[in-house]
Design a protein around this ligand. Structure first.
Ligand SMILES: NC(=O)c1ccc[n+]([C@@H]2O[C@H](COP(=O)([O-])OP(=O)(O)OC[C@H]3O[C@@H](n4cnc5c(N)ncnc54)[C@H](OP(=O)(O)O)[C@@H]3O)[C@@H](O)[C@H]2O)c1
Length: 250
């Protein structure tokens, strides 16, 4: 049985741009009120807030820099301002380059804090405060292998993948936790589409995806009444190529 999303309220982290923006608009299209979280992208977040509201639902802005631990109290703050949160989409992330030989404990901590700890703490707080809800974590299909160019990042996403399963068990059935593993969707900030197109041939589907592929999967998980701890690979089959733990650059 599909759950009705209309009238619920969602907190989407890192919502102002790119995939987070697409997810926010898709939720609004389903009649969901959206709390637009941002850290630096105030202008984009304000524009998104207006676009969400134009779809006939409520919209609010919340600012928090997870690197400064501002995830602490965020759920409480957002719920107080909006009357409650039913859905949490943990989308915010950092994606710095790092090779194994160059990683540092500080760099690892920073990735862990934003990419794994913040989603965990927000989910834990949602459960404490709201007692029930639905959560989707944006992970990465390369957690089935390695990303040798973003080692600190991929280690943090491996942790998020494990936390997703552990929270799914521990918090069920009241808080339902699932995940999406995006593959090649958008080039990292600062790179153009050539970056993705060069890699298209490595994907069984022979092309990259788009943000709507991700928002479709998020909606599917949120509407399902029986999926728990499920992580959907939305990657054109790329995860199937990770059986050897990803091509080593050397
Ligand atoms: N793009 C892809 O092809 C791809 C592939 C695999 C996995 N994913 C995953 O899918 C999700 C969305 O991807 P994306 O490429 O759209 O993400 P993104 O553009 O790299 O980042 C999303 C948002 O995260 C927020 N963020 C960054 N640092 C933050 C901090 N310290 N505190 C709070 N928020 C912070 C930023 O918000 P502000 O702009 O407001 O600062 C940013 O706009 C991510 O979890 C990503 O790891 C994406």
């Amino acid at each position: 049985m599909a759950s009705e999303l209309k009238g619920r309220t969602a907190l989407v982290t890192g919502a102002g741009k790119r995939i987070g923006r697409e997810i926010s608009l898709a939720l609004a299209g389903e009649g969901v009120n959206v709390i637009v979280h941002y850290s630096r992208s105030l202008k984009e977040a304000e524009e998104l807030k207006d676009e969400v509201a134009a779809k006939g639902v409520k919209s609010w802005l919340v600012k928090a820099d997870f690197d400064k631990k501002e995830y602490e109290g965020l759920v409480e703050r957002a719920a107080a301002a909006t009357g409650g949160i039913d859905i949490l989409v943990n989308n915010a992330s950092i994606f710095p380059m790092s090779r194994l030989d160059g990683i540092t404990l500080e760099g690892l901590f920073s990735n862990l804090r934003v990419n794994a700890w913040a989603p965990f703490e927000l989910t834990r707080d949602l459960r404490k405060l709201m007692k029930k809800g639905r959560v989707v974590n944006l992970i990465d299909s390369r957690t089935q292998g390695y990303d040798w160019s973003h080692v600190e990042y991929i280690l943090s996403k491996h942790l998020l993948a494990e936390l997703t399963k552990m929270m799914a068990i521990e918090y069920a059935p009241d808080v339902v936790v699932n995940g999406v593993n995006p593959g090649l969707i958008l080039p990292p900030p600062g790179k153009d589409m050539d970056y993705l197109e060069k890699m298209d041939s490595t994907v069984p589907r022979k092309r990259h995806g788009n943000p709507k592929d991700i928002s479709d999967a998020v909606l599917y998980l949120l509407k399902s009444d029986f999926l728990i701890g499920e992580v959907i690979n939305v990657d054109g089959g790329r995860h199937l190529m990770e059986y050897d733990r990803g091509p080593h650059p050397d």
